[in-house]
Structures are given as C-alpha cells and as structure tokens.
Design a binder for this molecule. Structure first.
Ligand code: SF4
Length: 714
C-alpha cells in the first residue's frame, strides 16, 4: 500500500467479480474505494480489467446494496434482521428439517461468483458435510457438465494440460475468450492471442456467430447450430484416415482407436460440410493442420455444452487432442503447476477412465442420478415439489434467474420450508427467500487465488498459462453502520449454532477441526487452506501483488514401472451416441435456432446493475438483418419468441455477425415471471428454455440449438 499527502492510498488487490482474478490497483480516499484500475506491471494481466471490475466503487456504494440482512414477512415483504437473530433461527429450522426429514432434505447451491471464493466454498462444504447432506449443486450442471463426464469416460494424462504452452494451433468451438475469459489462459486474453499469433499459432474458431475472437481467427467456420459433433467427428475422420495422428504416442497410451475409426467413418467431410453449410476445403484443411501439430488444444464453450450432446462434443475434443499427443511429455517442465496447492509428482502416463455417471445421490422424484459434474440442478424442482428437499442455502448466484424452467424453479423455491440466499442485492432469488444474508463485497474481504489452481486441473480452457498466485487483504472496511459479514462466517456461525463440529476440507492436508468456541479470522483460514501448497502463502503475501511462480525443475517423470493404464477414445456409449446423433439439426434456412450469447457487462446472473449497463440491461433477440427483413421486422420492433416450452416478449436487434437462421439471446436476465409489478429490465430465457429435455449422463437441460419462432408482438 502507498499513501500520498492528500490521504489517498493505493492498494494492490485482485478482482473477484469473475474467475479471471485480474490484478488491480485500488484507490481509497477516506476509507472509500474511489477507483479501480488494472495493475500495469503485472506480467500476466498487463493492466487488464473489464468494465465490471472497474465499476466496483459504484457497486460498493450502490443505494441498492444490502447493508443488513433481511427476513421475509408473512405478506412477502422483507424487513431488517440482526445477523445473530437470523443465524439462530436459520440454525434451528435447519436442525428441525434434518431431524424430521434427513440431511438430504437440506440442499446447498453455490453459483459462479462463489467459484472465486475459496473461503466461502471451504466453510460451506464444512457445514454441509457436518449436516450430512450430499446435495451440493453448482452451475457445472447448467452449462458444462459434459466436461467432467467426458474426462471420466476418456481418462486423464498424468500432468496438467500442455495446451497453453507454445501452442501451434488452438481450435475454439463455441467459445469466445475475449468476453468469457475461457478458452485462453486466465489473464489478458486479447494480448495472449496476439502474442500467440506473432509466434505463429493458428487460431481456428467454429461458431455460428463471428464473435470478437472469430474476427482474429486464421480459420473461421460458421456452421449451422447443432453440427459441432459432426464437425469434430469429420476432423477425426481426416486425422485417422490420413494417418496424421501421433502413432507412437497412441500405441503406448491410447485404446479404442479402431472403434473410433469405425464410428467416424460415416462423417466424411463433404457430407458434414454440406449439412453444416461449411466450405469443405476449409474443414479438411483445418483437420490436416490440427493432425500435423504436436502442441495445441481444442476448447469447447458453453454453446456446444448447453446443446443436446454436450458430453459427446467434449469427448470428441479430448479424442482429437489425445490422438495428436497434445500433452506435457516426459521431461518437459510443467509450466502451469499449481502454486497455492500441492504440485505433482507428474508422470507421463494415462489414468484410465473412471465412472462418470449413474452415481449417488439419486433424485427419485426427477428420475435422475449424479454425474462427475455433481447432482443435476434440473432435478431439484421436482425433488422440492415432492418434499424430498425442504431447504436450500444458496450463495454466489441467483437460481431464480439462472436455472432454466423459470416458472417451475420459482414455484419450487417459493414452496420450500426454508430458503436462505446470501446476496448483496435483492435479486430474484433474494425476493423469494425467507432470509437474505447481506455479505461483505470482495474488496472488503481477504482472499487468495487458489481457485485458479483448482480450475487449471479441471480442463484446458480454464487454467493459467504459467504458475501464478496472488493474495489480497481486505482493502476497505464495510460501510459505517452496516452489518455485513464475510460469507464464510455465516456458514461457520450456523454450524456453531447447530452444535456441529466443522472440519475444514483441504487439498494439501488432512481436514482441520475448527475451534467452534471462537470465530476464526479470515487470514487464519487462508493459512489453513494453503497448507501443503507448493508456494507458501506467506511468500505470496509478501509479494503484495500477483506474480508468476515458475519451478523449472518441476518436470514430468517417466510412468511408474508396470503402469498399463490407457485413455479410451472408443467408449461404447460415446460411439453409439456418435452413430445415432440425438441432437435435432436443420438444413431448412427458414428455421430459427436459439443459441446463447455472453455479454461483457454481466456475469451470468450477477452484476445486473446500472453501473455496468453500458451494454444495456434489456435482453433483445439478435437476428441476422436478412432474417429480420424476411419477417418484416425492423430494429427495435416488439416480438414474441416462442419455443415448445413457452414464449416471451422482447425486441429485435440486427446482428450481421450471426449466420442466418440463428436467434441469439442471453440467459439469466429479467425479473420474476407473472409479476405485473416487477419492473426489472430484460426478460428471462427460462420462460422458453425448460427442464423437459435433458442431456444423457449429466441431466443437464438442453439450453442451446432450440427451435424457436420470432413473430411480431400483437
Ligand atoms: S470481472 Fe472483469 S476485472 Fe473482474 S476478474 Fe473478471 S475480467 Fe477481470
């Protein structure tokens, strides 16, 4: 921290409004944050922040911010409640529900915002475990369940992905790192892509929309929605038919190649290109280029993951990388080794597949089971309606806006015996909640970037390029006169009031028995969670800012003697799904298909706030100008967008970057359904995207490539 003569002080911190964790300079005057800017000398971020991060002074001082917790009254309104009183009543009610209906009658949900909160997730997990509930839900089963299930069906290399280390090629399928900060390393995606282009990396983007990233691509394929599996299968067809794969690597580490070869035999590029409306030569050329590289990656985004065969798309992407030997090889340095978690040892071998679906706990009312991505959110409304789940504790997200099937979700949430929402604003879910716990906001809390290490292990597309870490102390105190608490403290106090012993889960050490006689400090918990990390947290603290933590001698070791595990690129269920694609596709140019659209000024269901609204808080339907013209529609016209699930009213806007036949809208907008008094801008896609059609394996709702009509509103 530095201070000048005017009393203004400058602090290093990092942003926690999304998982990109931008390193920031925070100006504080009279105890208030007045300005946030990217720290210019950070080697990874190079001064980068987005609009959301920079408006934190306005978010902190927003008149809509909750400065005290709220309790719902019988008439549906909320009044202020003291934190201690809220904790005591919540603990008593949770205890009664657990005693009467069992621990699985209490469910927990953490949204995307909680992904960045290492303390929040750890203490929440400690509370859930002490209660005995197995029902912890996350957005993984809304937009990317296929990633973890595909990894389980395929197997995993014994070292972190190599994709970001001097790639020769990157293939981005339905992913736009310049807006979502996924598909390129955490940090500054624009500068990273430019640097890779200067190195000679070939950037290929496959997307129905010419996105911000697609405009920089060397190869851009703009297919009809619903053809992602066929396109990746055609690439595999070319790679295998022309023998471009890394035969030596495959012979040693991979099985199922002949099954895969037979399954992709029917995906000849000419047919696939014709049906997807692509240039055949461009598709074949991309496959050949990919097959001849030994460093690179495929990364699949939420669009394909939200479509019917999300798991299959992810599986085929893994197959492409594996066949081409895109792994960190024996003797190579593991550049992305975790900093704030234990690292290695890493071995040059494949962990064979493990069970990724049909797991416990089951959700009998919904007829669903758990997958490697967790229990499916799609099952919760049915379990709630059946009385199996009677309480939900939710943080870091906004289920009433984020989960598809909005009417069913809202009805189920409203019928709970107890709904607790931790939220700095009166979101849709907060409005339904029995208790709304007012939390501190990020710059008022201490934290570390351990989540970057956790996400690096999840899949290519989420991690860092090089080992990196940052710690931040709380930069400012909460507003005077407020009673806002660190989120983790709420879970600790509920556990204490229930008479539970909380065990803090840790990646690098045994669970730690928290002293329930006194509330711990945040820094104390951070130290406990970082125990066993490759880099001591005190070293990261002392750096006062984000730094790289390379460890040159951290090399991939040979496989252990006698190791026989192999990846499987010919999983029977995946091959069966490939030869009988479940996804509806269309070649009729007059059909319209709904696809998701990420926008810079909100983060899923969070930050829908006027201060970030430079892009508007409405949620128009974007169509190609020619599609508007053919329907006699002009920009701004009011329309009805309808699917088999329902309909919504919005306005239309032209977007020439879309291909014809596509309607592009953003999830998580709008207020509560059927509430005439609700003046929340925008409209929620959960009115036309429901819980009726679920992906196999994961139970994730199909939320993309949905047939819709767009007609002038009466
Ligand atoms: S919200 Fe913006 S500033 Fe904050 S971490 Fe994400 S990209 Fe960075």
């Amino acid at each position: 921290m530095s201070k000048d003569s005017s009393g203004s002080s400058l602090h290093r911190s990092f942003c926690r409004l999304c998982y990109n964790a931008c390193d920031m300079d925070v100006t504080v005057v009279d105890g208030k944050v007045t300005k946030v800017r990217g720290h210019p000398e950070n080697p990874v971020y190079q001064g980068f922040t987005c609009l959301k991060g920079r408006v934190q002074p306005e978010l902190l001082r927003s008149p809509e911010r909750l400065l005290h917790s709220r309790r719902r009254l019988p008439d549906g309104s909320h009044d202020t409640v003291a934190f201690d009183a809220a904790v005591q009543d919540i603990a008593a009610r949770l205890g009664r529900i657990r005693d009467s209906h069992g621990p699985d009658a209490i469910a927990f949900y953490y949204g995307t915002m909680a992904t960045n909160g290492v303390l929040t997730r750890a203490v929440l997990t400690a509370l859930r475990t002490a209660i005995g509930s197995r029902l912890i839900f996350s957005p993984a089963t809304v937009d990317k369940a296929g990633k973890q299930v595909a990894a389980a069906l395929h197997g995993r290399w014994g070292a972190p992905p190599s994709g970001y280390s001097e790639p020769e090629i990157a293939v981005l399928v339905g992913i736009n790192p310049l807006v979502s900060y996924q598909g390129a390393p955490r940090g500054n995606p624009g500068k990273w892509l430019r640097a890779q282009a200067e190195r000679g990396m070939h950037l290929a983007v496959i997307d129905p929309r010419r996105t911000e990233t697609a405009r920089r691509a060397d190869t851009f394929l703009q297919p009809r929605p619903g053809h992602d599996t066929a396109i990746l299968a055609a690439m595999l067809h070319v790679v295998l038919a022309e023998g471009l794969h890394d035969a030596e690597f495959v012979a040693r580490h991979v099985e199922g190649v002949e099954r895969l070869r037979r399954a992709v035999a029917g995906f000849d590029p000419a047919t696939v290109a014709r049906e997807a409306d692509l240039d055949e030569e461009a598709l074949v050329s991309l496959a050949r280029r990919f097959g001849s590289t030994r460093r690179g990656y495929v990364s699949v985004g939420t669009g394909p993951n939200m479509s019917g065969p999300g798991t299959l798309v992810e599986y085929l992407a893994l197959c492409l990388d594996t066949l081409c030997g895109h792994v960190t090889r024996e003797g190579e340095v593991v550049s992305s080794a975790p900093a704030l978690l234990p690292a290695g040892p890493y071995h040059a071998r494949m962990t064979p597949p493990w069970r990724g679906a049909d797991l416990e706990p089951r959700m009998p009312a919904a007829g669903l089971s758990t997958s490697a991505a967790g229990p499916p959110i799609a099952g919760l409304p049915a379990e709630m309606a059946a009385g199996h789940v009677r309480a939900l504790v939710s943080c870091g997200g906004n289920p009433a806006s984020a989960w598809p099937g909005q009417r069913a979700v809202v009805s189920a949430l409203a019928g709970l015996d107890l709904l607790v929402q931790v939220d700095p604003f009166m979101s849709n879910t907060a409005r339904l909640a029995d208790y709304v716990i007012a939390p501190r906001m990020p710059l008022e809390t201490a934290e570390m970037t351990q989540h970057l290490d956790m996400m690096s292990a999840l899949s290519i597309g989420y991690g860092v390029e090089e080992s990196y870490a940052q710690h931040t102390a709380a930069v400012v105190d909460p507003p005077a006169g407020s009673e806002v608490v660190e989120e983790w403290r709420f879970y600790f106090e509920v556990g204490r009031a229930m008479g539970l012993q909380l065990l803090l889960p840790r990646a690098g050490a045994a669970p730690h028995r928290l002293d329930m006689d006194r509330a711990p400090e945040a820094e104390e918990l951070l130290d406990l969670l970082a125990e066993g990390a490759r880099i001591e947290l005190d070293v990261v603290r002392a750096a006062d800012g984000g730094s790289r933590y390379p460890l040159p001698e951290n090399r991939v070791l040979p496989a252990e003697p006698g190791w026989t595990g192999k990846a499987d690129v010919g999983n029977a269920r995946m091959m069966a799904a490939l030869t009988a694609p479940a996804e509806p596709t269309t070649t009729d140019p007059s059909d319209l298909r709904l696809i998701p659209r990420r926008v810079q000024h909100v983060f899923n269901s969070s930050h829908h706030h006027p201060s970030t609204a430079h892009g508007g808080l409405d949620n128009p339907a974007f169509l190609h100008p020619q599609d508007l013209l053919e329907r006699g529609l002009a920009p701004g016209d009011a329309v009805v967008v309808a699917s088999t699930v329902g309909s919504l009213r919005t306005t239309v806007r032209p977007d020439p970057s879309l291909r014809r036949g596509v309607v592009s809208m953003t999830h998580c907008y709008g207020g509560l359904p059927d509430d005439e008094s609700d003046t929340t801008p925008g409209v929620n896609l959960g009115l036309i995207v429901g819980l009726e059609t679920l992906q196999p394996y994961t139970g994730q709702p199909v939320m993309s490539n949905i047939a819709v009509s767009v007609t002038r509103a009466p």
